[in-house]
Design a protein around this ligand. Structure first.
Ligand code: ADP
Length: 263
């Protein structure tokens, strides 16, 4: 009857008003986080740049003792780390809060892969690690080329970093393969590095997780976290198969029939 109808109508109006308020609050919160991240990023740039300049000036002093040079080198290393840490944290929070959006469109996976490989080659050459790629040149896949390149670079960077120079040069290599499967395109990265124990294979994708034995290597433990985030934001997934001492195989799966997204 009519009174029941108007009661439902009024409840519905209350509900719609409440949900509009919470949507506005959410947007306000998102804007506040955006401003805060922007401020942190902007305000830390100048002091870090200044520290680097003063370090360079000190480095050029001729009367520096051996000890002073050693400490300067350490401060330089820590400053680089701080710089990288801040940039990574800003990037992570921007991805998490949706400030950075991922835009997928059909483009060549060969080219995305090519750019990431080109960026890692100098580092791989220094350690005499060969990189072999098997990928159809004309393969088009709906993905965000810039961000996927970053995810691939992080995996390749690790493959180089965690391959010891004491293994024979012939077996020091990274094999990259691309295979189109029924629903996903698989991009695999097989290395001849130190390998990862089974009980740590889920842990390594956590933010700031680093295995205890690798602390002599540079890094802050966000590379794989970011790689996974970038791939899952594209409706894909990432996994690893590995055995200590026998190398690792990281695999990225990106959906074949993905909807394009534009700003
Ligand atoms: P980072 O390299 O800065 O420590 P990541 O998030 O990239 O951080 O990796 C997390 C951890 O996973 C590393 O500290 C390392 O212990 C392990 N790991 C990653 N990639 C490899 C690999 N290819 N071979 C062996 N261990 C790896």
């Amino acid at each position: 009857d009519e009174s029941l109808f108007s009661a439902v109508e009024s409840r519905l109006a209350d509900y719609l008003e409440a949900s509009a308020v919470s949507a506005r609050n959410l947007q306000a919160e998102k804007d506040a986080i955006k401003t805060l991240i922007g401020d942190i990023s902007h305000q830390t740039k100048t002091p870090i740049a200044n520290i680097k300049i003063y370090l360079e000036l000190l480095d050029n002093e001729e009367e520096n003792t051996e000890k002073q040079r050693e400490y300067l080198e350490k401060i330089e290393g820590q400053t680089e780390k701080l710089d990288f840490l801040l940039k990574s944290m800003v990037k992570m929070s921007r991805l998490e809060t949706g400030i950075i959006e991922i835009h997928k469109k059909p483009c060549s996976i060969y080219e995305t892969l090519g750019r990431a490989v080109a960026a890692i080659v100098p580092k791989a050459e220094k350690k005499k690690i060969g990189i072999y790629v098997e990928c159809p040149e004309n393969l088009m896949l709906c993905h965000d080329s810039k961000w996927t390149e970053e995810a691939i670079f992080n995996i390749l960077d690790n493959a180089v970093k965690y391959t010891k120079e004491d293994c024979p040069p012939k077996s020091r290599n990274i094999q990259i393969g691309v295979a189109v499967q029924e629903f996903f395109t698989k991009i695999s990265f097989k290395d001849s590095g130190k390998g990862i124990a089974m009980d740590r294979q889920a842990e390594i994708f956590r933010r700031f997780y680093r295995e205890p034995e690798i602390h002599d290597q540079e890094g802050i433990g966000v590379g794989l976290y970011l790689a996974r985030k970038i791939i899952t934001m594209q409706d894909g997934y990432i996994d690893v198969q590995s055995e200590p001492g026998k190398g690792s195989c990281f695999r990225i799966f990106l959906p074949n029939n993905s909807k394009e997204s534009y700003e």
